[in-house]
Design a protein around this ligand. Structure first.
Ligand SMILES: [Fe+2]
Ligand SMILES: [Fe+2]
Length: 398
C-alpha cells in the first residue's frame, strides 16, 4: 500500500517552513510521498483577505517543482464555497483505493478537531501525524492527543516541531515592496508573487472583489449578487444616487451570507453584537446584513461608510435610511434573476410609484412570510415598514 502524507493549510503564501516540514515528516514516517493541499475557502478566515485559491495553488506548485516526493492537490481550490477536511479526505480515499493516508497537523489545530464538520468520520479516513508547535507546551500536546482520540483517530507523534515562519510577516514584506530577506520564501514562489502583484497594498479592485466572490459564494448566490449590482446601478440612475457606490454595495451585499454563528468566534463577535436591540426581536436570517458590512471592510478593504451602511441595512432596512440604503434594499428584490408575483409587484412599484411605496410593500409581504414561518421579526424591519408607510401617506417617493 502506498503511504501518502497530506499537509493542508491556507498556504498564503507557501514558504520554506511548509516544504521542510513535509520533507522531514516524509522521512520520519517512511512515507512514499506528501501532498500539499491548499484549502479552498477556509471558514475561519472569512473576515480577512485571502488570496484566490487558484493563485495559492500556483504558488504551491512553484514551491514543490523539482522536489522528489512532494506534489500539490487542487481538490479544494476547485470547489465553490467552504471546504471541509472530512469531504476532501472521503474524496481522496475514493479516488485512491490503494493508498493509506497520513494527515499531518499541528497540536494547536488538532485541539479543535472535535468541532470540525463530520469529525466522527475523520478518524476512519486517515492516520493522524501530530506535530508540535513551539509554545503550546505539554498541556497543549495532551489536549491535542485527547481531541484526536476523541474522534477515534490513530495518532502518531512526530519528533519535529512546526517551523516558526509567519505568513503574515511574509505578506507584509511583499506589501512593502520586496521578498523577505531571511530566505523564508523559495525563489520560484517569490518570482510568482512579484510577477502577479500579490500582497500589494491598497484597496481591492472591483475586478478582484468579483473574482473572490465567485470562489467564495455558491454559484446561484454569485449570479444574484451580480444581478443586484446591476439593478442597484439602474435604480441609482433613476433616483439620483451614486451609481459607483450602488454597484459596489450591490456586489457585496450578500458577501457574508454563508457565514455561520460558530464562525463568529474567529472575529471575537457574537450574533448579539449585530443587533441594536436583541431583546426586541432578533432573527438569525438577517445577520448577514450587518455582518456583511464587517466582511466588506475587513476582507475587501471597503472604507466608504455609505457603501457599508447599504450592505448592513439590506436585510432589514432601519430608521433613517439614506437614498443609497433604499436603492440597494430594493435592488435585492428587483434584480433580474428574481421571479414570481411578489418580486414583479415590487419591481412595478419601484419603477412607477417610487422607492418608498416599494419598500412599504416589500416589508409588508416579508413580514407576512415571517409570520407564516412562526419566526421572530427583527425590530428594524418594523421600523423600516412604519417609516415607509408614514412617508407613503405624505406622498414621498424616495
Ligand atoms: Fe441578503
Ligand atoms: Fe440578496
Amino acid at each position: 500500500m502506498l503511504k501518502t502524507g497530506i499537509l493542508g493549510g491556507t498556504f498564503d503564501p507557501i514558504h520554506i517552513g511548509h516544504i521542510e516540514c513535509a520533507l522531514k515528516i516524509k522521512e520520519e514516517f517512511g512515507l512514499d510521498n506528501v501532498i500539499i493541499l491548499p484549502a479552498g475557502n477556509p471558514p475561519h478566515k472569512f473576515a480577512r483577505p485571502v488570496t484566490p485559491g487558484l493563485l495559492r495553488l500556483e504558488l504551491a506548485k512553484a514551491a514543490v517543482s523539482g522536489i522528489d516526493g512532494l506534489s500539490v492537490c487542487d481538490i479544494e481550490v476547485k470547489k465553490n464555497g467552504y471546504t471541509f477536511a472530512a469531504d476532501t479526505l472521503a474524496e481522496l480515499k475514493e479516488q485512491n483505493p490503494g493508498t493509506e493516508f497520513y494527515y499531518i497537523l499541528g497540536d494547536d489545530t488538532a485541539v479543535g478537531i472535535g468541532g470540525w464538520k463530520d469529525a466522527e468520520k475523520l478518524g476512519g479516513f486517515a492516520n493522524f501525524i501530530l506535530v508540535r508547535r513551539k509554545g503550546t507546551g505539554e498541556k497543549g500536546l495532551e489536549d491535542a492527543q485527547k481531541a484526536l482520540s476523541g474522534i477515534g483517530a490513530n495518532v502518531l507523534l512526530s519528533n519535529e516541531t512546526l517551523p516558526e515562519i509567519s505568513s503574515t510577516n511574509i505578506r507584509e514584506a511583499f506589501a512593502n515592496g520586496s521578498a523577505p530577506e531571511d530566505g523564508s520564501v523559495p525563489e520560484s514562489v517569490s518570482r510568482f508573487i512579484t510577477e502577479h502583484g500579490l500582497y500589494r497594498k491598497g484597496p481591492m479592485t472591483e475586478e478582484a472583489i468579483t473574482e473572490d466572490l465567485r470562489s467564495v459564494l455558491p454559484p446561484k448566490r454569485f449570479i444574484h449578487s451580480l444581478g443586484v449590482a446591476e439593478e442597484a446601478v439602474r435604480l441609482a440612475e433613476k433616483y439620483g444616487a451614486d451609481t459607483a457606490k450602488a454597484h459596489l454595495a450591490g456586489l457585496l451585499h450578500d458577501c457574508a451570507k454563508g457565514v455561520t454563528v460558530p464562525q463568529l468566534k474567529w472575529i471575537g463577535m457574537t450574533p448579539e453584537d449585530f443587533s441594536p436591540e436583541p431583546a426586541a426581536g432578533f432573527s438569525y436570517r438577517v445577520l448577514h446584513g450587518p455582518l456583511g458590512a464587517v466582511v466588506a471592510e475587513r476582507r475587501y478593504g471597503v472604507t466608504d461608510s455609505e457603501v457599508l451602511s447599504a450592505i448592513a441595512k439590506h436585510t432589514t432596512g432601519d430608521k433613517n435610511m439614506s437614498l443609497l440604503d433604499k436603492v440597494v434594499f430594493i435592488a435585492d428584490y428587483t434584480e433580474k434573476n428574481r421571479c414570481g408575483e411578489f418580486f414583479e409587484e415590487v419591481r412595478r412599484l419601484a419603477d412607477n410609484e417610487g422607492l418608498v411605496p416599494a419598500i412599504a410593500f416589500a416589508c409588508d409581504e416579508t413580514i407576512k412570510i415571517i409570520l407564516k414561518r412562526g419566526e421572530p421579526i427583527d425590530v428594524r424591519t418594523i421600523y423600516t415598514r412604519n417609516a415607509a408607510i408614514a412617508d407613503r401617506e405624505k406622498g414621498k417617493k424616495v
